[in-house]
Design a protein around this ligand. Structure first.
Ligand code: G1P
Ligand code: ZN
Length: 542
């Protein structure tokens, strides 16, 4: 078989964002686009003699992109690639395979929770040998490489039949096609008390899991229905589709509205959950009660010891800066460290590797632990199930008890989508310029205690990440945060994060939007959102 060196030229804008390179699918399918980026990955990490994992969330173009990446891996001298059957792997399952097989990393094809299809989104990201997303220094090097690339290498060969489990050859490279679910399910069995959860289901506990026509379907069916005995049909939208059935596979109250309606309805099951396109996000809902991701992280941290995998307790917890401080209160009570990192899972990697943190989470429906180096939707669902099986209380009762003990961090995120980028940049620039004068001002009856642009120094490798979001903190513990999304593919998305603390015992049962109203007004007044962007109201509220 012939290895071709194909002449190419740099393509502008191949800059990885919060989680890899994401673009509209037609852009990714454009001439040399995928090839340039993949070659840049191999140029930076090296491929000769190496073993990689490859898989994706099954979205449109996943299958063809996989064949291109395999041919390029072979042409670049890789020894072996482990691929999920059909080129499918959930992001946490890919992370696990990278670690379990002691590989040199992996390529994940996904745009996570962004819609998929010929006119929607596609993405490629590289994960390191530890199973976690490449850190900024590495993604920066890849971006620099895309700016000077002049050729890529690709093998002339037929497609590998990725539907057949087992060993295949592609030129000098071995392609091992594996069951995407088996190893992941086995890992879950080591962490959770499957016997207790099985007994709970056998006792009539009812659950609804919305896989949103995305990658989690087969994982959830195997683990929840086949191994744990949840009723057949517990998992809905269980067949992964290239366009996610036209849905927006983002597990939040807006996009998982069918699940929300069922859980708030008269005959609601005991527990509901949803996951995203590539299976790393989760939303959990109790009968008649929504659990915010920040609260979920705090409850999981407070109860993790009830699951066998965490029976020894937690080394520490970590949350992204815009995530509410609810988990910090738990950490304080447990006497363990709490870390505050920039947005994006890659910032948790060093803390997990160093054994400083066991549980991590983000307000954006991401929760995970040191079992892999990605957030993990189904893992969070299983930890909740384990806790419910041991405590034998409802989700509502567990939340009420949690707030009574720790107080409640009312929390919401408002997203303003597809804003003109120049306007969004101008707004953020004006806000940054105004920060110095804010301290001491009284806004909406609240005194500004401090305001800054969050910068993070990694406690393990001392790397510094600046400009990670503007925070305005008030003396009563309330705050708002503003940053621009790093995962969008259309204009800019402005994220406004809102938080207010109520110590209790009174005032623990308010509607979050009502409880946060003064903070919302303060944020609009300080950032002049409407003046700069023309938007008064958010597109998505979570
Ligand atoms: C978003 C979330 C962030 C998450 C990332 C990848 O990034 O806010 O917490 O890690 O998706 O799932 P953003 O679009 O805000 O840059
Ligand atoms: Zn995702």
């Amino acid at each position: 078989m012939t290895i071709h060196s194909v002449q190419t030229a740099p393509i502008a804008g191949q800059k990885p964002g919060t989680s890899g390179l994401r673009k509209k699918t037609p852009v990714f399918m454009g001439r040399h686009y995928l090839e340039n980026y993949v070659q840049s990955i191999f140029d930076v990490v090296g491929a000769d003699g190496k073993t990689f994992v490859l898989g994706g969330d099954g979205r449109y173009f996943n299958d063809r992109a996989a064949q291109v990446i395999l041919r390029m891996a072979a042409a670049n001298g890789a020894a072996r690639v482990i691929v999920g059957q059909g080129a499918i792997l959930s992001t946490p399952a890919a992370s696990h395979l990278i670690r379990a097989n002691k590989t040199d990393g992996g390529i994940i094809m996904s745009a996570s929770h962004n819609p998929g299809g010929p006119d929607e989104d596609f993405g490629v990201k590289f994960n390191m040998p530890n199973g976690g997303p490449a850190p900024e220094a590495v993604t920066e090097a890849m971006f620099e490489r895309t700016k000077v690339i002049s050729e890529y290498r690709i093998l002339e060969a037929q497609d590998v039949d990725l539907s057949v489990i087992g060993s295949h050859r592609l030129g000098g490279m071995v392609v091992d096609v594996v069951d995407p679910v088996a190893d992941y399910a086995a890992l879950m069995e080591t962490l959770f008390d499957f016997g207790a959860i099985r007994a709970m289901f056998a006792g009539g506990f009812r659950m609804r899991m919305d896989a949103m026509c995305a990658v989690t379907g087969p994982y959830a069916v195997e683990i929840l229905e086949n191994r744990l005995g949840a009723a057949k049909g517990t998992v809905v939208n269980r067949v992964p589709l290239p366009d996610f059935g036209g849905m927006h596979p983002d597990p939040n109250p807006t996009w998982a509205h069918a699940l929300m309606a069922e859980m708030m309805g008269d005959d609601a099951p005991d527990f509901g959950a949803a996951s995203d396109g590539d299976g790393d996000r989760n939303m959990v809902v109790g009968r008649g009660i929504y659990v915010s991701p920040s609260d979920s992280l705090a409850v999981l941290a407070a109860n993790a010891h009830l699951a066998p995998g965490y029976a020894k307790g937690l080394a520490g917890v970590a949350r992204s800066m815009p995530t509410s401080a609810a988990v910090d209160r738990v950490a304080q009570a447990l006497g363990i460290a709490a870390y505050e990192t920039p947005t994006g899972w890659k910032f948790f990697g060093n803390l997990l590797d160093a054994g400083r943190a066991t549980l991590c989470g983000e307000e954006s429906f991401g929760t995970g632990s040191d079992h892999v180096r990605e957030k993990d939707g189904l893992w969070a669902v299983l930890l909740w199930l384990n806790i419910l099986a041991v405590r034998k209380e409802s989700v509502a009762d567990i939340l009420a008890a949690h707030w009574a003990r720790f107080g409640r961090n009312y929390y919401s995120r408002h997203d303003f989508e597809a804003i003109d980028s120049a306007k969004a940049d101008a707004m953020m620039a004006a806000l940054r310029g105004a920060l110095a004068g804010l301290a001491g001002q009284v806004i909406e009856g609240m005194t500004v205690a401090g305001a800054d642009d969050f910068a993070y120094t990694d406690p393990v490798d001392a790397s510094v990440s600046a400009k990670q979001g503007v925070r305005v903190m008030f003396a009563d513990g309330s705050r708002f945060v503003l940053r621009l999304s790093g995962t969008g593919t259309e204009g800019a998305t402005l994220r406004l994060y809102l938080e207010r603390y109520a110590a209790g015992p009174e005032g623990l049962d308010l509607d979050p939007q009502a409880a946060l109203a003064p903070v919302i007004r303060a944020a609009h007044a300080v950032a002049r959102i409407s003046e700069f962007t023309g938007r008064d109201a958010p597109d998505v509220v979570t």
